[in-house]
Design a protein around this ligand. Structure first.
Ligand SMILES: [Zn+2]
Length: 265
């Protein structure tokens, strides 16, 4: 996706100015944004948790050709890191967009069945209810919700949560804006956060008022949400992992009282 498509009306030079230098800028010379879709593994004690599940394999996504019928070595990669599907104890979703739920199910004999059959799948109730009952005329439930989320509920693997709940040492916090029930995940006692899609690009740390293009459910609400969390992250030296942003980063306060991303833990 190009910078102009993602940040309509914002000059590319401004995005460059408000981004870190070099590869961490995540903006190519040709104006394309560099965006990854990551899955995180948390291992603490007996907990083996995955956070967000990418776009998945074999899923028909004609509206999103870059995610259509993928065949990526997700499970092979997890295996190489010592994570077998049966060993996953928890799956956390920051929200239920198409690029965060895909690997949750795998096609077997024509049906979508849970890929991690022993895992508790932690799902925000508000988020689920929104996508399960879309507004009239809204085009119905998204295909990704039907093929990747509903089968988890049918299999009895879902644990419903609300902001403030804590599961397996992970505290969930309200981040509604990008989607109606988006959550942030805090690793309790470590000040490490998984921020989902609170930011899609590092420039949004210096410019939290820049929405995530057409992807935010409520742009103004998400701007308020980003700004509020940035202040807390900067104040406490939090380490952030964002689904689309690559390696860890921290939020620094600038001399002018704004914010800027700094890579590293
Ligand atoms: Zn996303």
């Amino acid at each position: 996706m190009t910078c102009a498509e993602f940040f309509p009306g914002i000059p590319e030079s401004e995005v460059r100015k408000h981004s870190p230098a070099g590869a961490d800028r995540r903006l190519g010379r040709d104006g394309h944004l560099v965006m990854s879709t990551q899955i995180f593994i948390l291992r603490r004690g007996s907990v083996v948790a995955l956070v967000d599940l990418g776009a998945g394999n074999g899923k028909a996504r004609p509206a999103e050709p870059y995610w259509n019928n993928l065949n990526r070595p997700y499970l092979e990669t997890l295996a190489s890191l010592g994570v077998a599907p049966d060993a996953v104890t928890h799956v956390f979703f920051t929200h239920l967009h198409v690029d965060h739920v895909g690997l949750a199910t795998t096609k077997k004999n024509g049906d979508w069945i849970p890929t991690f059959p022993r895992a508790v799948h932690v799902v925000g109730k508000t988020e689920f209810e929104f996508w399960n009952d879309p507004a009239p005329g809204g085009g119905g439930r998204p295909p990704s919700f039907v093929d990747s989320v509903l089968p988890l509920k049918e299999a009895g693997l879902v644990q419903w949560v609300e902001p403030g709940d804590s599961i397996a040492g992970v505290r969930l916090h309200d981040a509604a804006g990008h989607s109606p029930g988006a959550l942030l995940l805090e690793l309790e006692g470590e000040n490490v956060w998984l921020t989902g899609d609170l930011f899609h690009h590092p420039a949004q740390i210096a410019r939290p008022d820049w929405p995530s293009g057409a992807f935010d459910w409520d742009q103004e609400k998400n701007t308020r949400c980003r700004t509020r969390w940035l202040a807390r992250f900067a104040e406490t030296g939090a380490v952030l992992f964002a689904t689309h942003l690559g390696n860890a980063l921290r939020v620094e306060t600038t001399a002018e009282g704004g914010f800027f991303p700094k890579r590293g833990r």
